[in-house]
Ligand binder design. Structure first.
Ligand code: NAD
Ligand code: DAU
Length: 356
């Protein structure tokens, strides 16, 4: 069986990827995660006795540690999910985004290059470095613009998007300059079980369950293209196994929704699954001050991965949202663990000055 070094595997998408990788026997996994506020090892508790899974607490920017892990575990691929990921946090404090997303990715690339160059020819041919990126690097679309393609020029607008763009450019340079066998995926907004409730969908579900205000930025008509997380993870695996080295692949749900429509759907779902007498949750919607530089619309053209690798999402938005709402209703212990004091501090910091 192959071995993957997965970074950021205690976060939302990385953890879902590892759970799929182990249950579907894609590979043994070494998970390197520094355990920021966004991580939760509880998500991976079911793997604690799995001999094919190994957790290491550490930083992708720690080159000595990375070199040691590569030497010790001899992975067939490095999959870089590790990042600071929340746009609002990048606006209030961009430094950690540059440190992890740009400098950390650079260190990971450097250590991977040194490891890859020393591999035997057959292992060297098979090795892959896969960078998990985002549609946000392409910037913002108008309502009539065509969806982002792999050759759409990068035009990042937030410190988060700029830091991911910087990392992607380094990955590209390592392929062109050193021949490191890299792949990059640019995915749209993910949703599903185990997402930290600072992001729109879990925040709305949990606030709505508590009867709290549902903050919608600006006019609520910004558009995102939503993809269920396990569909993203399957696409990542497919790209890893069959993608052409040096190439990038867009991944999306062909599912554009305004933020207001998303919030209203969650309200309707909860009103039917967890009714509270006299409460129509859409009455909790509160329009609040907009995000600075808020990108108006993202949309992904994922024809390349569909045509070349045969990938299609399995969930549509109704089925995926239903599964997501069910998961948050049925996992109150997980929810309480992540809504710690630090989470409450963030909620005050981000929403206090948006009122009115
Ligand atoms: P997340 O914030 O839920 O998790 C990120 C994980 O990375 C956390 O466990 C954190 O502890 C870890 N991490 C942060 N800094 C680290 C460091 N220096 N060293 C090691 N680990 C570190 O993020 P997510 O939503 O799961 O996103 C994963 C990846 O997918 C990111 O690269 C993100 O840019 C990309 N992405 C996310 C989405 C989305 O909608 N969430 C969409 C497209 C792409
Ligand atoms: O597009 C992919 C990106 O999706 C990933 O690269 C990012 O890591 C991920 O965080 C996500 O970024 P967004 O900024 O699109 O996601 P977020 O859930 O923060 O916001 C989704 C939309 O909802 C966005 O238009 C802002 C809006 N929003 C968000 C929050 C948290 C609100 O209206 N109210 C809110 O309280």
């Amino acid at each position: 069986m192959q071995t993957f070094l997965v970074t950021g595997g205690a976060g939302f998408i990385g953890a879902n990827f590892i759970l799929q990788a182990r249950s579907l026997q894609w590979a043994n996994v070494v998970n390197l995660d520094i355990l920021t506020y966004a991580s939760n090892l509880q998500t991976l508790a079911e793997l604690q006795n799995d001999p094919g899974y190994h957790f290491v607490k550490g930083d992708i920017g720690n080159s000595e540690l990375i070199a040691y892990l590569l030497e010790q575990h001899q992975p067939d691929a490095v999959i870089n999910f590790a990042a600071e990921t929340h746009v609002d946090r990048s606006i209030l404090g961009p430094e950690s985004f540059i440190r992890t997303n740009v400098v950390g990715t650079f260190q990971l690339l450097e250590a991977s290059r040194a490891y890859w160059q020393k591999l035997s020819p057959s292992k060297r041919d098979k090795f892959r470095f896969l960078q998990i990126s985002t549609d946000e690097v392409y910037g913002s679309l108008r309502s009539t613009d065509p969806a982002f393609r792999e050759d759409t020029p990068y035009s990042p607008n937030s410190p988060y998007a700029a830091s991911k763009a910087g990392a992607d450019h380094l990955v590209r340079a390592y392929y062109h300059t050193y021949g490191l066998p890299t792949l990059t995926t640019n995915c749209s907004n993910n949703y599903g079980p185990r997402q930290f409730p600072e992001k729109l969908i879990p925040l709305t579900i949990l606030n709505a369950l508590d009867g709290k205000a549902l903050p919608v930025y600006g006019d609520g008509l910004n558009v995102r293209d939503w993809l269920y997380v396990t569909d993203h993870c399957e696409a990542v695996y497919l790209v890893l196994e069959h993608g052409k080295i040096g190439e990038t692949y867009n991944i999306g749900g062909r599912n554009e929704q305004t933020n207001l429509a998303v919030v209203e759907k969650i309200c309707a779902s909860l009103d039917s699954l967890a009714p509270q007498a006299g409460l129509h949750r859409s009455n909790l919607i509160a329009f609040v001050k907009d995000r600075p530089g808020h990108d108006r619309r993202y949309a992904i053209n994922c024809d390349k991965i569909s045509h070349e690798l045969g990938w299609q999402p399995k969930e549509d938005f109704d089925s995926g949202l239903q599964k997501t709402v069910d998961w948050y209703l049925n996992n109150p212990v997980w929810v309480e663990q992540v809504r710690s004091g630090a989470y409450q501090d963030w909620i005050s910091q981000n929403y206090e000055n948006r009122k009115g």
